[in-house]
Design a protein around this ligand. Structure first.
Ligand code: SF4
Length: 211
């Protein structure tokens, strides 16, 4: 993707869009500070992906060709990533993103699979109207239609993540319900009040000592 003639913008990992949609600080901790912690949710997610992360192609029970761990990218949008599974249907190559948890309509996973759809549209010059989020919690496929509104969300989030990576400034902690299940909580310390930079070297009041 080009900002102005001759300038190539950095390509954004699609996973960063999902992280940013959940919490901008989470995206910065992972993609700027390279900080990561595992918890039961991330381990469960890794195990769910391990079941489908075997690169190569195969034929499913319906006779459709499927690819596993397929790299995708868009030079136009400045995005790249890896699809868990892509199924070649009558609508074109359709990505299937596997999630171990509950499906939240309009949530971060929708943004992730929509970005995969946009990459596949560009790579295969095919319409690809929707992607699929497979939820391990209800063991169902959830179809995500990628219309103009969702496409704009992907573009806006891509721009926001690119600015985050370029500026390398850690956003403030959201310190709300999202933090309860976030694996980065031990290092993020969302409850810690932000000290203004001007106060960093101001002496604290003397403590009281019982002598
Ligand atoms: S602990 Fe909360 S503020 Fe920190 S990265 Fe996670 S969700 Fe964001």
């Amino acid at each position: 993707m080009h900002d102005s003639p001759g300038e190539v913008l950095r390509s954004i990992p699609i996973s960063a869009l999902e992280h940013h949609a959940y919490c901008p600080r989470q995206a910065a901790l992972i993609h700027v500070d390279a900080y990561f912690e595992a918890n039961t949710d991330t381990v469960r997610g890794d195990l769910a992906h391990a079941a489908v992360d075997r690169s190569g192609s195969a034929t499913d029970r319906a006779g459709r060709q499927v690819w596993h761990s397929l790299p995708v990218w868009s030079d136009t949008l400045g995005l790249h990533g890896i699809c868990d599974t892509v199924s070649l249907t009558a609508d074109g190559p359709t990505p299937i993103e596997h999630k171990s948890g509950r499906y939240h309509p309009g949530g971060p996973a929708d943004l992730q699979v929509a970005a995969q759809v946009l990459c596949l549209r560009e790579m295969f010059a095919a319409p690809v109207p929707h992607g699929i989020v497979f939820s391990g919690r209800d063991r169902r496929r959830h179809e995500v239609t990628v219309d103009d509104t969702l496409r704009d969300r992907v573009l806006d989030t891509t721009s926001a993540v690119r600015a985050l990576l370029d500026d390398a400034v850690l956003p403030p902690a959201v310190n709300d319900n999202r933090c309860r299940r976030c694996s980065l909580r031990p290092g993020c310390l969302p409850e810690t009040p932000v000290v203004p930079a001007t106060d960093l070297f101001r002496p604290r009041p003397l403590g009281e000592w019982d002598v």
